[in-house]
Design a binder for this molecule. Structure first.
Ligand code: ADP
Ligand code: MG
Length: 699
């Protein structure tokens, strides 16, 4: 990918970057990184940390000792910022400046400034614990407290501490810069051994925030906020003086809906009478969310044509990761989509929840970067006081730690309890992760990574899906699971148009695709769509005709090829092989069961509804990919199974409780401790008896 660089653009970029608050501190920042192993840098969002600091380090010559790596918690941010910086440095993207995110590596041997997701850097540490390619690591957006950034903080602290042997593998010591928007910098500094904190002074303008009345204390599970947000945004457009609008919502489908609604309503505005500011003559509506195509994202940053007001409808990504100039008005829904671990059901659930007060302040602050601004909250003060927590709980304290604990164990960190966490996760979350790893055979009873666990850690996929994929590979039928894993790793492939007539047509086409797949197994449908599209003469036309996202499928093709490559590489190691007698449909579903037996559901039959179920009796037991909780709870991507197939696996879910996992968490287990466990075998047999009884009842 190359960009034509015209000289007027580059001189404009030059001038722009010299106006940023960080510019005056260039020399002292360069010096501070030279003088310290660890440095915390803080400053208001938009002061130039993400785009400028890596360039300053480049200019100071750090690249001579290795790459300058910059991590981002969000994939879109990594890509967008790399694009911007490559323009500023006048090189084509992927040369001196590049990026790497999951399944998309845009770097070459020439790349010296590399933006990447924190997850990518964690994988690199697995292959190269001393990060010998790098001279500096910049952990950006540390205030976001993403799970991977928190773990990286702990790992880098360990690597760099002088007592650690690992740092000996390097020619020059690694430098670590941790960047954070204001919050918690003292805590970071203390965690990193009292390292200096560099504060970039910046000026911000006052923002007046107003509460609304549509959402109150009782509306934490409401869906009315979407309509209200649209209404308020339109009010701002018609009643307020010129200046762009930034609307905060929670996710892609909702954002697309809101944009459709806004578009429809904006059409009917009569600019001669309805609008307060006579210089405003139109509204440009732009969505912004994680999985958006990058060419569309570029538009977000461009100033609108004269007379046109820009209205960006975004997820939380616009709160700190990306700064859009010209925003004067904020419309805040008060909600965010968040992954939360639910211990009761033992899995992560994607939930729409109220934001924290600090998050709300951060959102409001986006209106005051270049002049005074206004923030319109659609919720009332009672909602603020009663429903919104003061701070957002760090991800490490609220999501599943399974992948991370496996990574740590593979890195030789056996004592996962005493690992240096910035905020310690609850011990039961660590136990739960160990339990899940044990259940899918990634670690053994002694807490040691198994052959399978060593293979699993190589895949950038959730553990259940990886387990299913490896099961398929073991049985020689990976062609069934590779496309499925790829399809589950890209954005939603099914298009749902806003227009009712079109929506009906789309539903019809999707039903037809399901019928052609010949199954009510969602995984089979994904596989079938993948194969049909791939086999068609004109895949993009095929997608259009079937209301399928061509862009998503194109990424799925690429992801599938990458997963296949990983598998091919692993096959050269000690790879287990098994045989299976049975038909293809059963084989497929059994592989899924191997990974998803922790996600089993059984239809609960309410009294009086038995008739309904008789007709679809086969849907009795299912496994599913994930859970989404909005105003209702949904299990998504579902596959009917036979109880027989999981019944041998299910006791494993209970077996672990009888072992003492706390020693597994601390170290590898001694023979003596193993013996203690064996006496608990009796308890295990009880579990098995229980399931035998259950089975009888089931028959
Ligand atoms: P910080 O990391 O301190 O929040 P950034 O370095 O992200 O600040 O942003 C600094 C400036 O660069 C902002 O004014 C922002 O608008 C601008 N900027 C960043 N990315 C882009 C982009 N892709 N296109 C245009 N302007 C951008
Ligand atoms: Mg930034």
């Amino acid at each position: 990918l190359t960009f034509p660089i015209n000289s007027s653009l580059t001189s404009r970029l030059d001038n722009d970057s010299k106006k940023l608050p960080i510019y005056q501190h260039k020399a002292s920042l360069q010096q501070a990184v030279k003088d310290n192993s660890f440095l915390v840098v803080t400053g208001e969002t938009g002061s130039g940390k993400t785009t400028q600091l890596p360039q300053y380090l480049h200019q100071a010559g750090f690249w001579r000792d290795g790459r300058i790596g910059v991590t981002q918690p969000r994939r879109v941010a990594a890509i967008t910022v790399a694009q911007r910086v490559s323009q500023e440095m006048r090189c084509s993207l992927g040369r001196e400046v590049g990026y790497q995110v999951r399944f998309d590596d845009c770097t070459t041997e020439d790349t010296v400034v590399k933006y990447m997701t924190d997850g990518c850097l964690l994988r690199e540490i697995l292959a190269d614990p001393v990060l010998s390619q790098y001279s500096v690591i910049v952990l950006d957006e540390a205030h976001e407290r993403s799970l991977n950034t928190d773990i990286l903080l702990g790992l880098l602290k360990q690597t760099i501490s002088p007592t650690d042997k690992a740092s000996k593998g390097r020619s020059v010591p690694l430098k670590v810069v941790v960047m954070s928007a204001t919050l918690e910098t003292d805590k970071l500094s203390v965690f990193l051994g009292g390292c200096p904190v560099f504060t970039i002074p910046g000026r911000t303008f006052p923002v007046i925030s107003r509460f609304g009345c549509a959402i109150g204390q009782k509306d934490t599970e409401s869906t009315v906020y979407l309509k209200e947000v649209v209404k308020v945004a339109l009010d701002v457009h018609t009643c307020e003086m010129s200046g762009d609008i930034l609307v905060f919502l929670t996710g892609q489908s909702e954002i697309e809906k809101a944009c459709d609604m806004l578009y429809e309503k904006a059409e009917s505005i009569d600019y001669r009478y309805d609008v307060q500011d006579r210089t405003v003559e139109g509204l440009l509506i732009l969505p912004l969310y994680g999985s958006m195509p990058t060419d569309q994202q570029k538009q977000i940053f461009q100033p609108p044509p004269p007379g046109i007001r820009k209205c960006v409808v975004a997820t939380n990504i616009a709160a700190t990761s990306l700064t859009i100039d010209g925003i004067k008005y904020i419309v805040d829904s008060g909600f965010v989509k968040q992954l939360n671990h639910n211990s009761r059901v033992g899995m992560d659930i994607l939930e729409v929840v109220p934001i924290s007060k600090s998050e709300a302040q951060q959102r409001a602050g986006r209106a005051g970067r270049t002049s005074a601004g206004k923030c319109f909250r659609i919720y009332n003060q009672e909602f603020w006081e009663k429903c919104m927590p003061d701070y957002t709980v760090p991800e490490i304290q609220r999501t599943s730690l399974t992948s991370v604990i496996l990574t740590l164990k593979c890195l030789g960190v056996h004592d996962v309890i005493r690992f240096p966490y910035l905020d310690r996760p609850e011990e039961r979350f660590i136990m739960e992760a160990l339990k899940q790893l044990y259940q899918c055979d990634a670690i053994d009873r002694r807490g040691k990574v198994t052959l399978l666990g060593g293979l699993m850690v190589e895949f950038p996929l959730p553990p259940g899906l990886t387990r299913a994929l490896l099961q398929a590979a073991t049985l020689g039928c990976e062609d069934l699971l590779l496309p499925v894993a790829a399809m589950l790793s890209v954005e939603n492939i099914f298009i749902r148009p806003g227009h009712p007539a079109k929506q009906k047509e789309a539903d019809e086409k999707h039903r037809m695709l399901a019928a052609q797949a010949g199954s009510c197994n969602d995984f089979t449908i994904l596989l079938s769509v993948f194969e049909k599209c791939k086999a068609s003469d004109d895949p993009s036309a095929w997608c259009k005709a079937h209301y399928i996202h061509w862009r998503a499928l194109k990424s799925a093709f690429s992801v599938e090829a990458q997963l296949r490559e990983i598998l091919l590489r692993l096959r050269q190691r000690d790879f287990p092989m098994e045989k299976f007698d049975g038909n293809k449909s059963e084989l497929f579903r059994r592989c899924l069961c191997a990974g998803y037996f922790t996600n089993v559901a059984r239809r609960y039959c309410f009294e009086g509804f038995e008739k309904l179920f008789d007709q679809e009796g086969q849907l009795d037991w299912v496994i599913f990919h994930d859970v989404l909780a909005t105003s209702r709870v949904y299990i998504r991507t579902v596959c009917p199974i036979r109880y027989d197939w999981v019944k041998d696996l299910l006791p494993k879910l209970h077996e672990v409780d009888v072992y003492d996992l706390s020693s597994v968490a601390r170290q590898e287990v001694t023979d003596e401790e193993m013996a203690k466990w064996e006496t608990k075998e009796a308890a295990k047999r009880q579990t098995e008896d229980y399931f035998k009884k259950l089975e009888k009842r089931n028959d």
